[in-house]
Design a protein around this ligand. Structure first.
Ligand code: M6R
Length: 368
């Protein structure tokens, strides 16, 4: 039931705040995190020497955010692998490796095969999954359910937010167990996590500029997305969503990669979305992305910036600024991705496409 919305995707985007609140529910106690991970007890977590995150599509992009957060807090090496690439080579796995699979459906064949392979090689497995009782959690040592609620539209939206939250919770838990983070730092993140649902409501309340933008862009043939650090997976996700439902060619890049090739694509009129980190928390990264914006602007790009409220440094270089509320760096993707989801939705709608059932795609890819 679309509950009065024009599409399931529109409904699911609007459910982002509840998806995040429900994923946090019961897992924040006072100023700390409380996770129950069954077989992955503290002794096992302390003994790990490496983490590999396996997933596909949007779930894999959420995994890239997870990598930055887990490495920062728990000081353990984390790789992110597309599940099918992981499965069909001979990855190095030991009992001290934790393989975290991320899946909304819990039925994605590529991800399931990766988990089975990891277990057969003796690695530990944790499933971050949105569907209770699905296959992947059943085949894993432990599960951390996201509680985003059912997702029907082929394009994954609220599940991405919940997947990021699940990994942030796990990262904090792991860091606490391994003693790599102090209580004050945990308390600061926990405080900001509690703010996220309301902040998401604010982002959702400011959709009009995005709708207008989508409207004038309905003839656009190519859109690029740039980000750095945790903004990089946001750029990849923004591009995937646009390809999937509006059939517009879109690519996401890491800002630092621009001069290694992609800048050749910039010609007058090329639309580029830029995901900007907080200048308060990440001044160096911020200045790097501002230089990227200057480089593409000088070559005639039309720049649409997603930046935190109050960031004035981007104003001279941006054609349009989409604002998100202030938060901590690792939490930014949860807010920044929403304008990009809405943009894809509005653009596909402006083109008269079926946003819930894009051509050639299935919600759950249960074949290899
Ligand atoms: O159910 P899963 O999270 O395992 O699905 C993974 C991908 O197939 C999925 O995220 C896909 O990329 C979406 N259609 C993206 O919007």
């Amino acid at each position: 039931d679309k509950g009065g919305w024009t599409s399931f995707m529109a409904k699911e985007v609007s459910e982002g705040p509840e998806a995040v609140a429900n994923t946090l529910r019961g897992r924040l106690v006072d100023d700390s995190v409380a996770l129950e991970l069954g077989a992955l007890d503290d002794a096992v977590l302390r003994d790990l020497d490496r983490i590999v995150i396996v997933a596909c599509g949007t779930a894999a992009y959420s995994g890239l955010v997870g990598k930055y957060a887990i490495e920062t807090w728990a000081r353990i090496p984390v790789e992110v692998d597309l599940a099918h690439e992981f499965r069909y080579r001979d990855p190095v796995l030991t009992p001290r490796t934790l393989v975290i699979s991320i899946s909304q459906s819990g039925e994605t064949m590529d991800t399931k095969m990766a988990v089975q392979h990891a277990r057969a090689q003796g690695a530990r497995t944790l499933s971050i999954c949105n569907t209770q009782g699905s296959t992947i959690p059943r085949e894993s040592d432990a599960v951390l359910y996201t509680h985003a609620g059912p997702e029907v539209a082929v394009a994954s939206t609220k599940a991405f937010l919940a997947q990021v939250i699940g990994q942030l919770l796990f990262g904090l838990h792991l860091a606490k167990v391994r003693g790599t983070i102090d209580d004050a730092a945990i308390a600061e993140v926990v405080g900001e996590l509690r703010e996220l649902p309301d902040e998401l409501r604010q982002v959702l309340a400011e959709q009009d500029p995005i709708k207008e933008l989508a409207h004038w862009m309905s003839d656009t043939r190519s859109v690029l997305f740039l980000g750095r650090n945790v903004g990089y997976p946001v750029a990849l996700e923004g591009a995937l969503k646009l390809k999937e439902i509006s059939y517009i060619h879109a690519e996401g890049f890491a800002g630092g990669e621009l001069k290694h090739g992609p800048i050749a694509l910039i010609e007058p009129g090329q639309v580029v979305f830029v995901v900007v980190p907080s200048p308060r928390h990440e001044p160096l990264l911020h200045s790097k992305i501002v230089s990227n914006i200057q480089e593409i602007r000088a070559r005639g790009a039309r720049v649409i910036v997603v930046a935190e409220a109050g960031d004035a440094a981007v104003l001279p270089y941006a054609d349009i600024v989409l604002r998100v509320p202030l938060t901590l760096p690792m939490l930014e993707p949860v807010l920044q991705v929403v304008p990009l989801h809405i943009f894809a939705l509005e653009l596909a709608t402006a083109k008269g496409l079926d946003v819930d059932q894009p051509r050639n795609l299935a919600k759950s890819v249960t074949v290899e």
